[in-house]
Design a protein around this ligand. Structure first.
Ligand code: SAM
Ligand code: SF4
Length: 330
């Protein structure tokens, strides 16, 4: 595998790409989408071939880790074809973030198609609260999906929970017990101000990672894990369990100095930072005449100069980024 040829102005090496494969979703999570969403018309969305071409060129530039996300990646038609294709690129890590609603049918085919790891979002273990947060989700279906994923033999499964005061913060101990019982990892995420929402005041609902750690410590000892993944999550272990507990803290812990990642939206916009609008239009290159891989790679290399030093999320609940997370690719 080649060393990454992607380095930014601050000396950070980019070897991790998150590709959004759709802006659509069968859920409407309150922190991620408005209830009534208008999705992109088909011609603005990259084809699976275009997404694979972007992925292949990133790999040629030294990318070792790709995550497929969305929207809900499993609602994209023929997603397995893309997984199968990217699965041949020899990645060190190939993962997907999913809401789990389709996993009873899709877990095993995904694993067979070459996917290494899954992150599955789970914000509540109470069916009614789960429905309130996701607006359309069915908890039982997701729990069955988690079991199907465990049976399919992925290298790793991690649950992702966005913790919101007054909505699911009191469920943190139960979610920890669930992760321990299922022998999967779990990460708790601070809600980010992406897109305008009306359901709750983000400033008031913010539950910091420190607050979540304090809740867990009433039940379990947390020991900082060594051999960190290099990502934004900080991991801990509990002495009596293989489950790792991660904290993703865009507000309370700025992880930008070690940022190794970029994102590509389903419209082909290369986003250099989750918390900033800096971007480059790869779709224009992909649909130019003639399209060459050289041009695509040079555009990606040049884009690295736009990667900002850090994000600045405020905690007063104001929206700082107008695009919703389903556009960004989580
Ligand atoms: N649909 C898939 C899912 O829910 O896992 C993948 C896409 S989703 C946008 C990726 C992750 O982003 C999810 O874990 C979700 O909880 C998280 N997310 C969405 N909006 C967020 C926000 N405003 N702040 C923090 N996390 C958010
Ligand atoms: Fe869909 Fe995931 Fe956003 Fe929820 S967080 S609305 S499941 S894309």
């Amino acid at each position: 595998m080649p060393q990454s040829k992607l380095t930014d102005r601050f000396g950070r090496t980019v070897d991790y790409v998150r590709l959004s494969v759709t802006d659509r979703c069968d859920f409407r999570c309150v922190y991620c989408m408005a209830e009534d969403m208008t999705f992109l018309p088909r011609q603005q969305v990259l084809t699976l071939e275009e997404i694979a071409r972007v992925a292949r060129n990133f790999v040629d530039l030294g990318t070792e880790k790709i995550r497929l996300t969305g929207g809900e990646p499993l609602v994209r038609k023929d997603i397995l074809e893309l997984v199968r294709e990217i699965g041949t690129y020899g990645l060190r890590d190939f993962a997907m973030t999913t809401n789990g609603s389709q996993l009873t049918a899709m877990a095993e085919p995904l694993r067979k198609a070459g996917m290494h790891r899954l992150n599955i979002s789970l914000d509540s273990l109470d069916a009614e609260k789960f429905r309130n947060i996701t607006r359309t989700g069915n908890l039982g279906q997701v729990l069955d999906g988690i079991d199907a994923a465990r049976e399919a033999g992925f290298r790793g499964i991690k649950l992702n929970t966005v913790v919101m005061k007054g909505r699911n913060d009191e469920e943190v101990p139960e979610l920890i017990e669930f992760a321990r019982k299922k022998q999967v990892d779990i990460s708790f995420i601070e809600e980010m101000p992406l897109g305008e929402i009306s359901e709750h005041d983000r400033g008031l609902a913010l539950c910091t990672s420190k607050e979540v750690r304090d809740i867990i410590r009433q039940h379990h000892e947390l020991v900082p894990a060594t051999g960190d993944s290099g990502g934004p999550a900080r991991y801990y272990r509990m002495p009596d369990s293989p489950t790792r507990v991660g904290f993703i803290s865009p507000h309370s812990h700025n992880f930008c100095s070690t940022c190794n990642r970029v994102r590509v939206t389903v419209e082909g916009r290369l986003l250099l930072c989750l918390g900033n609008e800096h971007s480059v239009d790869l779709r224009r290159v992909l649909r130019g005449n003639p399209v060459t891989d050289d041009k695509l790679r040079q555009t990606i290399i040049n884009a690295m100069d736009l990667k900002p030093e850090r994000h600045h999320f405020s905690t007063n609940g104001d929206v700082q980024i107008l695009r919703f997370m389903n556009m960004t690719g989580g």
